[in-house]
Each structure stands twice: as C-alpha cells, then as structure tokens.
Design a binder for this molecule. Structure first.
Ligand code: NAP
Length: 530
C-alpha cells in the first residue's frame, strides 16, 4: 500500500478523515478509547497526549505503538492557551512531538504561534527532515469568535512552512459565521483542515467533508467530546449520512431557533437514504430576526457551489421566509401568502426562490384521510379550532379555503377575534367550549404537550361520541385529550400524522419524489418514545 501522502497527491482529491481524538489520562483508558474508536469506524486517530497525566516521552512512545496500525495517527500535545488540558512546558511538548516524528506517525500538530519560537521551529524542522513520512499540521484556534482574516492567516501559514497542513478552527457564534470557513475551503486546494466549533458551527463539521477539509473530528460518545459542537461518530454516520457525502452532495436544512431537538434531520435524512439520493439535511441554528435571516439567505444565494437546494423553516422565521422570497421576486404559493408565513423554501435553477406552506395541507390531509372524505366534504362542516397562534392560522386558512364553518376559541380572545376577522370565522373565549357544537375539534394550542402531559384544552365532559378530535401536539403521541376522546368513543387524529404529512409534502417539493410516510412515522415515533 502506498504511503498516505502519495495516495492523496495521485488522486488529487483530498480525503476527509473522520478523526476521533483519544483524550485519555493514562494508557489503560487510551487503549479502551482506541478500541472503541476503531469499532465505531474512525478513519484517523488523534492522540491528544496533553490529556495524559505525568506526560513523558516514554509514555507517548508507548501510546503511539498501541495506536499505530491500519489508520493514520496524528499526535497533538496542545498548548493550554489553545485548549490544552495540562499546562505542560513548551520544551516537553516539543520533545514529545519530535519523539512522535521519530516514531513515524503520519501527522504531528503544532500551534502556529509556537512555530515562531526559534528553537521549536529548528527542532521540529530537523526531526521532519530526518523522517519524511510525517507531515506537520500548523494549527490556529479561536475559541471566542471568527478569525479577523482567515485567508491571510492561511497564506501566512503556507508561507511560513509550505509543506505544512494549515488547521484553522474557530467558534461560530452564528450560523452566518460558517461562511468564512466554507469560502476558504472552496478557494484553496490541497490538504487543509477548516471548520467551526459551537452549536452554530455544527453544520461546518459535516460540510467539511463535502468541501474537502482533510479532517473532521468526531467523538466516540457525548461524554468524550473534546470541543464544543463536536458530533459523535454515530451522529455523523447514521444521522448525517457521512459515508455518502461528497463534493456533489446537495444540501437541505431546517432553519429554526432552537433547532437542536428538531426531528426533521432524522426524518429527511432517513428518507434521502432510503431513496438513494446524494443529499443531506442539516439543522441550521438561525438566531436573531429578519436581518440575520436575510444575511443567511444572501450568503447562501451568493454561493451556489454549496448546492443548498431547499429549507424547512420554522419558529421564529416563517414570516421572515415569506418576506424574503417576495423581496427576491420568487414564487409564493397563494395560500402561504394568505397565511403570511412559509415553512418551505426552494432554491431552483438560477437561484430562483419559491415559498410554500405545507402546514395547512398536511393538516387537511390528516383530517381528510382520517374522516374518509374528500376536500369537498369539509364544505359547511362545523369545526372548532382551539388556539389562535401560528399553527391555528395555517389550519384556519386551509379549512376556510375548503369552505368549513369555523369557530376559533382562544385564551386571549382578541387574538381569536383578529384571526376570525381575517378568515371570516366565528370566535369565542375558552369558557365557551362547554357549548361546543362541532363535528371536528382541533387543538392548536400547546396544552397537553410534554412535560405538562396531564393538561387538556377540552374537559372530558365536553367530548361527544360523533365528534372527530384532532390534536396537533405530537409529543406525547397520545395526549390526554386524545386518550379521553378515545374513551368517549370519538375518532381521533394525532399530531404525528400532521407532522408526517407536512414532512412528506416538503420531501416531494425537495425531490419531486413521494416520501416513504411509514418510514417517517417510524422515525418520529422512535424518537418520541425513547
Ligand atoms: P403559538 O403561535 O405560540 O400559539 C400558541 C397557542 O397556544 C396560542 O393560541 C396560545 O394562546 C395557546 N396557549 C399556549 N399556552 C396556553 C395555555 N396554558 N392555556 C391556554 N392557551 C394556551 O404556537 P404554534 O406555533 O401555533 O404551535 C402550537 C402547537 O402546535 C405546538 O405547541 C405544537 O405542539 C403544535 N405543532 C404541531 C405540529 C405538527 O406537525 N403536528 C407542528 C407545529 C406545531 P394565547 O394566544 O392566549 O397565548
């Protein structure tokens, strides 16, 4: 087998190594982590020897002899100023790196700042010139924010030691901060390591593979992460389809704040995988208001090479999405315009935008299929909608379009009155629910949602046998309202069916293909019942 450097040079395509840091205090712990990493599918090991207690050259040589095998090894003895664990003196850290070079490891990682200390530079260069198989990574980290000028820093590193692999890692405080990293990867060639830390930088760890960063780091499990925002190997491989990502992979994502608990990446990635599509769906933490949203979309549209094709949009950006697409003179689905919110945005050929709202359609589809009727069957049907927020608005728009006779009940009566006024409905306060005369009752409030699962918007005594009760809350799958409705003998519709229908409608818009709705439901229920 050819040495690593020769392979990458011949192929001219930089492989991204899914690298697991071995962050152990002693050899026994390290051995265990190495075994687990190999089993998890690590493609490279980073021996973070600054985690070792009682660090000495002999200990590092022992660790290297254990780790060296089928996958490349990088040895790092991080300076405390750049995230190192123990405050080992520079002299010892350099001795350790020299020993690693002499042991023939594939890579050693030295802080770029320390490369300017003349003795350090001299020692490392001397060791490298005697051991051609080891490559030097010169790294710079910014744990607080973006680098002032990442391109300049990259050029400086290459100038200081042309054969070095620059590693530039910084904290993204906003998803918009990731674009510096993407641009650098896009505009440079050869071996370099570039990505962002922090929750907002999470996507850069996945996109790093698409754009050819030589390394992206993963932890064995959540407990062993060595940097903020680091994903586990399982998340990389099972959730974000790591093994199938390449430079042609199209990107999708959910724009939300918060986004960490969104089930959409699980649902869409499972369906992309099932359909054999070269696409991956990411959680896009979009903090801030309209300005930040605009900047994000401007950034995306200015970089067609990222191949972002579509977005799910949720709280708090549905209105922003509609305004943005209108401003860019994109297509807006008429009912999305009427609702005043878009939950799906597509980027079509030539950067043309299109905005849709799949919320109302999904709710109508859930009702129609559960009641065994056509859309025309909703005409003149008496419907009680409880709640007057965003979901209620989408459902009321859809139902009024279908000709249903709607009464909106809400805690804040004024809000119900405003919504009713827009769509020509009746309205009332929640106390009027006791006089309910409706064929279909829809809960669009968050009452009954986890963790307050013992609450219901509609007391059991108001439930009548020939009603159909639909709860948009999907966590828990069977809310108290649905349990009591079942006991009263009514037909029930759960929030998961609406979730699945809206995700399936988005999938169709994204790909032109029908989603596997059963798979979507299994994925959602699998997560909700964990
Ligand atoms: P929203 O805009 O914040 O509206 C919340 C609504 O719930 C308002 O009408 C609010 O009344 C009412 N409410 C909240 N707490 C209440 C309480 N303690 N007592 C009485 N009324 C209360 O939220 P949204 O975006 O419409 O979402 C509502 C629910 O829909 C979510 O909680 C979620 O479970 C569900 N949902 C389901 C799906 C799905 O696919 N199945 C998708 C999205 C959302 P006031 O106007 O008086 O504040």
């Amino acid at each position: 087998m050819l040495p690593l450097q020769t392979q990458t040079a011949i192929n001219c395509v930089i492989m991204t190594y899914l690298t697991i840091p071995i962050a152990a205090n002693d050899i026994q712990q390290a051995l265990l982590q190495i075994k687990k990493s190999s089993a998890a599918g690590a493609e490279m090991l980073e021996l973070r020897v600054d985690y070792l207690e009682k660090l000495n050259v002999g200990l590092v040589e022992k660790l290297i002899s254990i780790a060296q095998g089928h996958i490349p090894v990088v040895v790092t003895c991080r300076d405390k100023k750049q995230g190192g664990v123990f405050n080992y003196p520079l002299k010892l850290r350099v001795e350790v790196l020299v020993a690693a070079i002499n042991a023939g490891v594939d890579f050693v990682d030295l802080e770029y700042d320390n490369f300017f200390v003349p003795e350090v530079r001299q020692e490392i260069k001397k060791a490298l010139s005697n051991n051609k198989e080891t490559k030097l990574i010169l790294s710079a980290h910014n744990f607080k924010t973006k680098f002032a000028d990442i391109k300049k820093l990259y050029r400086e590193i290459k100038k200081a030691f042309p054969s070095a692999i620059p590693k530039l890692v910084y904290t993204a405080n906003h998803v918009n901060d990731c674009f510096d990293a993407f641009d650098l990867l896009h505009n440079t060639r050869g071996e370099r390591i570039v990505f962002c830390m922090g929750g907002a930088g999470l996507i850069s760890r996945v996109v790093a593979k698409k754009l050819g960063s030589m390394v992206t780091f993963a932890s064995i499990d959540e407990g062993t992460a060595t940097a903020p925002g680091q994903l586990t190997v399982e998340e990389f491989k099972k959730l974000y389809r790591y093994d199938s990502i390449n430079n042609k992979t199209a990107l999708y994502g959910v724009i939300a704040d918060p986004v960490a608990h969104s089930l959409s990446p699980h649902v869409h990635n499972a369906c992309f995988a099932k359909a054999g599509l070269n696409e991956v769906y990411l959680p896009l933490l979009e903090q801030g208001g309209m300005d930040e949203f605009n900047r994000f979309f401007d950034n995306i549209l200015a970089r067609p090479w990222l191949r972002f094709k579509g977005f799910s949009v949720t709280i708090p950006h549905k209105e922003n999405a509609l305004v943005y697409v209108k401003r860019k003179k994109g297509f807006v689905e008429p009912l999305a315009e009427k609702i005043g919110a878009a939950n799906t945005v597509l980027i079509k050929a030539g950067g043309k935008l299109a905005a849709y709202n799949t919320d109302y359609r999904s709710a109508l589809d859930s009702v129609i299929s559960a009641m065994g009727i056509k859309k025309t069957g909703l005409r003149d049907m008496p419907v009680a909608v409880i709640g007057a927020g965003g979901v209620s608005r989408a459902i009321v728009a859809g139902l009024s379009d279908a000709g249903a006779k709607i009464t909106i009940y809400n805690r804040t009566v004024k809000r119900a009155e405003n919504l009713a006024g827009e769509f020509g409905c009746e309205f009332a306060g929640l106390e009027r629910l006791k006089n309910l005369h409706a064929k279909l009752v829809i809960n669009c409030t968050s009452i009954g949602m986890h963790p307050k699962v013992n609450a219901t918007p509609l007391p059991a005594e108001y439930l009548i046998k020939d009603m159909v009760v639909f709860d948009t809350v999907y966590n828990p799958i069977e809310t108290l309202l649905l349990k009591q409705a079942k006991r009263a003998g009514t037909k029930t519709i759960d929030g998961v069916s609406m979730f699945v229908n809206q995700a399936a409608a988005q999938f169709k818009l994204f790909t032109g293909k029908n989603a596997d709705a059963n798979l979507m439901r299994r994925v959602i229920c699998g997560h909700l019942t964990r």
